[in-house]
Write a protein that binds this ligand. Sequence first.
Ligand code: MRU
Length: 346
Amino acid sequence: MLEPLQWDNGKVCFLDQTKLPGEEIYRETDDYRVIAEGIRTLQIRGAPLIGISAAYGICLGAREYITIPETSFALKMHEIDAILRATRPTAVNLFWALNIMKQVWQKGLKEGCPPREISLRLDEESDALTKREYNVNYNISRRGAALLDNGDTVLTHCNAGSLACGGWGTALGIIHWAALKEKKRIQVIADETRPLLQGSRLTAFELVHNDIPVKVICDNMAGYCMSQGMVSKVIVGADRVTVRGDVANKIGTYTVAVLASYHHIPFYVAVPLSSIDFRLEEGEDIPIEERAAQEVLHFNGKSIAAPGAGALNPAFDVTPRTMVTALITERGIIPPPFEDTLKHLK
Ligand code: MRU
């Protein structure tokens, strides 16, 4: 299993995912600003890993200021929290993790704890949060594998594997569990996932690493593959799911869902409860990150569009709940309608 991020006594060591698959470069830091920049630039990416790294970012920030007076420490913690919060808007895990950490440092301040004590509590909390998330991946993978049959060809979009989550991953964890633990014959079709190629660079990398057969397709080939009977199931991850079951995931997921629905192919979403936004009902209320036009207009550092052309670059889209066959959570597989079950799981 690939380890995209580790905490080692005051330092975070993370794999720079922008360099994969060509180079496996690990960066070590004790600076929360490097973590924030890493999230913003997608060196650290995938909803669950964004949450985990932000939690450790808070630990690094607190350590930097343990010797200052409590009142200034409180101000600094607000500043660090705000910097990490502003990195990416769509994956709710970022805010979920920062809220958990905020409760810890605010409680510590209320109790009059010295910054050094608060810092220790934050270290403990982030370790516990990480362990829980890894366990969640394990259970999603284990439970979701029951949906896969011997001989299935699964199409997936973007990367929802170990690289995106640590541990088993979610959508890709299910595929790995079915193939590696249950010895089912599973093949994967990985959408390349333009513009940043998480499918061809990262998903294919993970699958090849584990000897699971994978074919990469350009995103516009998914319809053809489905029309030719080449896809038996679709499984994707999620960045934020509303309490009614609308799913924000990597741009292009909605297109895949529409195609799957037209071709009567099951469309599953693997989602930890940390990616459910219990405050939102409708997908249209999910903030969609708009990234730089450069990512679309350039490829490998070279311009690939007519000079003068602009570009749209929404990083995510929303798949309506009506197109989702089931949500696969750590607590079980949820068929529609999702709302009542999700509310019970909160
Ligand atoms: O922009 P990214 O690479 O962070 O987007 C990642 C995705 O869209 C994943 O599918 C999602 O985070 C689920 S990961 C379990």
